[in-house]
Design a protein around this ligand. Sequence first.
Ligand SMILES: [Zn+2]
Length: 250
Amino acid sequence: MPLSLTVLGTASPYPRPGRPCSGYLLRGAGAEVWVDAGPGTFAELQRHTDPDRLTAIWISHLHADHSADLLAAAYAFAFGGLLPPAPIPVYAPMDCALRLAGFFGRADIRFLNGAFDFRPLYDGHTVRHWNLRLTTRAVAHDTEAYALRVECQGTVFVYSGDTGPCDALTELASGADLFLCEADLDRHGKGEPAHMTPEDAGEAARKAGVRDLFVTHVGPSLTREEATARAAAAFGGPARTAREGETIPL
Ligand SMILES: [Zn+2]
């Protein structure tokens, strides 16, 4: 099966009706990877696949709008009879397992060992997962945060996670067929940018020479249409809005 991306949720910073927070289902070459687990996305995921078919989970950072539905998945696996045939690798920042354990009032997550196999991310982390190559780079957010590049038989998908403009992101996105980039902010405030404006997203896409730009994670100060139009103008190429329920073939 060729690579495809299904949009489960894009909202920032809280879910809306029919619009969960950040989450995507990346499928291809036998792999099914849940990329970010924002609130509402575990329910949407079940429209498209069975949770016990997931072959990996990848979490960009531990802010709730990208990770809170790991708890929903933990309930499904631990108490809902959906246990996967083998523990699902969870590529995530170091503290992910501990955070999850805290929700259960436990010191560790050993009771979930049959469901999840936590594997800490770091800058430059690469792994071969089925026929996919996953490469992770640290990006510029206000907590430990990563962007993801997925390569599959010459096709490249890149996801920004949450980040301000940074060289790591444009390097990672180089030549991508599909670049899924956040455009959370109308404009930057004081201090180090922790998010992108639409112009930042378009500029990163232009510098990286990507084929298609998809705009996501648009914050409450912008409409999605406005953010996409501004990103397209800065990109000088095609930009589209990532919309819930859509499956994008690469
Ligand atoms: Zn976010």
